[in-house]
Design a protein around this ligand. Structure first.
Ligand code: FEO
Length: 391
């Protein structure tokens, strides 16, 4: 697939892959993007995941049309893009590996004994392929590993953005170009917050560096290639990486052993709607995708969390959820809490303690306590929590 004159897509879809990074479900598979830039010299822009090795190698061979690659640019050393580096350099011994110094340190860890021809690049370096194809490199540390670089093909305005602007899903499912993807933000948001959520500061720095470039196409390592209405994607990335509120509303998440806590959580969701809350989303943390719940916790500015007490502590699915939020750097949010306990409720205290360790997270007092099952006497407390969180 042609991205521009002399710039070809050589990536591949892993349609059967069930998990990304061994934990994120892939209902529509995953795309491992890779590109070939052909000037007077040729540069492969990243390899791909082992899962698509045969297809990627065939695509590369076709795209080369008998030429030998001069450079293999490795923007990112994570195996979903770098798994085929050793095989590629073996297949094309004249090829020089172009990568950052921190990536080079990792290379031998993934490929013991490898000793390729290397050109180390750093921020601001250029690689002139001739024929009007000049790559300029920018460091993108922690977007989302420390060694990451992105590059800009100056004459064509193509940003090779590494993991940034990626999403879950195979291109054969969601569309090759971003404008064919009816709901880009849905899986891009789940991808962003679960993969890069912790690194908002670093993503902001990268956006700052890119702001002066005349970008015409964003070519990420996952997901569709973006070529129209780029301000839409850039604006979302700016909101996400600054921990802004994308959608006004409240996310109600709950765990429930026997339905009592769920009943209270769904009741407060109804109360919020009745009070005029613009959007109310809910999630059963025992059943729904955790990564989706994390995404929604970042999407909305406000969270109500309801949990039973369990083994004298906090119900495990809710504990896990808060733990992931903390790991992902969840911040700048308001939380309301509902606890349940039949004899010695502890969930509220533990949830408060966990949220108190996060930066700029306000927990609303008081915690609403349900004893076993919600009853009519609990409604005023739920109404009060609802009105306080949306005020
Ligand atoms: Fe798609 Fe950080 O690798």
């Amino acid at each position: 697939m042609k991205i521009a004159n002399g710039v070809l897509y050589i990536g591949a879809d892993a349609l059967e892959q069930d998990l990304f990074e061994g934990q994120y479900i892939l209902p529509e598979g995953m795309a491992y993007n890779s590109y070939l830039v052909k000037g007077e010299k040729t540069a492969i822009m990243d390899t791909a995941d082992e899962a698509v090795a045969a297809k990627w190698k065939a695509n590369l061979k076709d795209a080369l049309e008998g030429r030998q690659p001069d450079f293999l640019v490795a923007h990112h050393m994570e195996p979903d893009h770098a798994a085929l580096i050793a095989e590629t350099l073996q297949e094309y011994p004249g090829c020089t590996l172009v990568t950052s110094a921190p990536a080079l340190k990792m290379l031998g860890q993934f490929f013991p004994g490898i000793d390729p021809k290397v050109q180390v690049i750093k921020e601001g370096d250029t690689l002139d392929l001739g024929g009007g194809k000049t790559l300029r490199f920018f460091a993108a540390p922690l977007v989302h590993w420390p060694e990451v670089m992105v590059s800009f093909l100056e004459e064509d305005g193509i940003l090779f953005s590494a993991d940034a602007f990626g999403k879950f899903g195979a291109l054969g499912k969601c569309g090759f170009w971003g404008d064919e993807d009816g709901d880009w933000a849905c899986e891009a948001r789940r991808y962003y917050f679960n993969i890069c959520g912790k690194y908002g500061v670093q993503v902001q720095k990268l956006l700052g560096k890119l702001s002066g470039l005349d970008i015409k196409v964003i070519a990420p390592l996952h997901g569709p290639i973006l070529r129209e209405n780029l301000s839409y994607y850039l604006n979302l990335y700016n909101i996400w990486s600054s921990y802004g509120v994308e959608t006004e509303g409240v996310f109600v998440a709950y765990g429930s052993m026997h339905g009592g806590t769920a009943e209270a959580a769904l009741k407060i969701a109804d109360i919020l709607k009745a009070q005029g809350c613009p959007k109310v989303a809910t999630s059963d943390l025992s059943r729904d995708d955790m990564a989706e719940a994390v995404e929604d916790a970042f999407r909305y500015g406000k969270l109500i969390l309801a949990a039973p007490t369990y083994d004298g502590g906090l119900f495990t699915p809710v504990h896990n959820f808060i733990h992931v939020l903390q790991a992902k750097g969840w911040t700048k949010r308001r939380v309301g809490l509902i606890e349940n306990g039949s004899w010695a409720p502890q969930a509220g205290r533990i949830m408060k303690d966990m949220f108190s360790q996060m930066k700029d997270v306000e927990v609303i007092d008081p915690v609403v306590t349900i004893k076993s099952r919600m009853n009519e006497a609990d409604i005023p407390a739920l109404e009060s929590l609802a009105s306080t969180i949306i005020e």
